[in-house]
Design a protein around this ligand. Sequence first.
Ligand SMILES: [Zn+2]
Length: 398
Amino acid sequence: MSRSALPGEWPATGVERLGNCPVCGGSRREMLHDDARDRVFFCAPGRWSLWRCLDCRSAYLDPRPTPSTIGLAYRGYYTHHPVPSGPTRGFLSPFRNAVLNDYLRAHYASRRRPWLPFGRLLLLPYPRDRRSVAQWVRHLPPPGPDSVCLDIGCGNGEFFEAAQACGWRIHGLEPDPVAAEIARGRGAVVHVGGLPDTGLGTNAYHAVTLNHVIEHVHDPRLAVEESWRLLRPGGTLWIATPNIQALGYRRFGVHWRGLEPPRHLVLFNPTSLTDLLHRAGFRPVVAMPASLKPFRNFAASHHMASGQDPNTPGNPVPWRIRLAALSAAVQAWLNPGLGEELIVVARKPRSLDADQMQAGPGNIQSKDREETRAQPGEEPDHPACPRSEPPEDQAESD
Ligand SMILES: [Zn+2]
């Protein structure tokens, strides 16, 4: 099926101009695209300009929808629909599920059944599977007895099963009341609201996760500072977001699936996301291995470039695109900074030094910065553990 971008213009009074980068505040910039359109869900009118900040190399829309009109871009958005969840999505055998469940049991305190005793050993030759299942539980450390995780932008609650299987009490925050109601049906507390003014308690959560959320918010700096406020000292912040430095963007440009204008207001690169978290006081900030999205993103981007609906199942994907995705996956394996998305785990320090206490989030200088990157094929150490008497860094080994 071929579709064109929704015709028409965004309401003239419903846009705002920036001038400065919403990530670092820099004013030096270059235009990347002046005709970016919604070629993903075809539900947002308008043509958009995407800029690259010459200071931090993030990309951002300018002008962009105002907070009061951005809802126009979410009509028909996919969080309205319940989706299945699970690490294997049903197409793999029960045996394979049992192997993965044993791995989750060993490393993430999962109680998911059935599990195959010592099945984790069968995954030793398969780092890709280990990485995939670790991402499914968002690299969260084993919880303590009262540990609560807040999933900001939880959509219909597709993460809840994974968090609950690992022993976490899970709360959600979702601006869309329809999606929030679906999420409540999964047995979790779900608040209706969003960033940056969540209205939730200070130091209330042991973990906060933002899965493809931060690129949607108008002020990512305030969003990170609010996450800091919500977290208890020693708590974990997990973020996944598209990577403007991805090989897919280099190949497909304005047709890259990750751009998604005008819902994606800002697009990070590995350094700009890490620096933003450091400025808020998080340390260490650990870059996790690149995910397994090249094929999915390359296929969708190819269909968008061909004027097709990227959401239509069964659209053929040429072999040259498949091979390019395979090449991208290998390169991202060696260098996660080229991956289709960025995944970071950051810790709010357990004890704040005098400067941090005085300065507060957003004003902390970058001294004593710690930046870590997990090696290709290896599981990274947990940067944080919220239990009452945790080891400083709980290493995970196979
Ligand atoms: Zn910038």
